[in-house]
Ligand binder design. Sequence first.
Ligand code: PLP
Length: 281
Amino acid sequence: MKILYEDQLVDRDHVKIDLEDRGYQFGDGVYEVIRVYNGQFFTLREHLERFERSANELKMELSYSVEKLESLLKDLVLKNDVEDGGIYLQLTRGISPRQHNFPVGTKTMLTAYPLPSRRPEKEQLHGVKVKLVEDVRWLRCDIKSLNLLGNVMAKQEAKENGAFEALLHRNGTITEGSSTNFYLVKDGVIYTHPATNLILNGITRLKLMEIIKEGSFKLEEKSVTLEDLKNADEAFITSTTIEVVPVVEADNTMIGNGEPGPITRKLQSLFLGKIESEKSK
Ligand code: PLP
C-alpha cells in the first residue's frame, strides 16, 4: 500500500510516527474521510476546504496548497487502484517536546491512506436503531478534530446496546450522531440542527441540503428535542460512508410506523443520483 507522507507517496513500512508527535500525545490534529466511487473522488474540494478550516481554527497551517494536496490525493487513489472506497487524511501539529502549549512554527505532519468502504445496503434498505446518549463533547464540535473520545464512547455504548448509531442530546436537544448528522421529518418538514459549534457541518449534510432546496421539500435548520423525536413521522442520518440511512427506532421506541418513510426514501434516491451525476462529470 502507498501512503501519502507529507508530500511523497511512500510504502507503508516507510512511515514512522515520532513518540512526541502531538497527534499521538494530545490528539492535536484534524482529519477527513473522503469517499471514492468508481475511482473518482466525491466532493473532494468541499472536504479539503473543511480540512483547511479545521486546521486554521486550531492555529495550524497546511504545509502546502489545497491544489497540491488535491493532486497528491488523486495520485494516491491511482497508485492504490482504489475503485470503491475512501481516503483517510490527517494533519497533526507535528513533533515538539511534550508540553500543552505549542512552540510557534512547529512543522505539521500530514498523512493519507486508503480505507475500505462499502455502502451499508442492508441498513439503507431497512433502517437502523439508535441509542440515545448524552452529548458530553467539548463545545467546538464544528472542528473535525482527532479528539474523538466523546464520539468513541457514545458509539461504543450504542454498539453494546445493539444500536447502529448513538444519537447525542444536550439539555434535551438532539445535536447529531456520534459520526453522522441527524434529521427529523414532521408534517412534511425536514428539520436538522443548524451548523453551529455544537455539530460537525457534514459534507453529506451540505450536499443533501442542496438536493432538498432543488426539490419541493421544506427544510428548517432548527434543532429538535427528544420529545419531538417521539412524535416524528420519519428520521434519518447521513455521513460520507453511510450516505442516507433511515432511523426506525430510538431506545426501543418506534419512529413513525417503524419503517423508512417516503421523504427519506426520496432523498436516498436523489442522493444516489447526485453521486452518479458527479461520477460522469
Ligand atoms: N458528525 C460527526 C460527529 C461526524 O464525525 C461526521 C463524519 O464523520 C459527520 C457528522 C458527517 O460528516 P460528513 O457528511 O462530512 O461525513
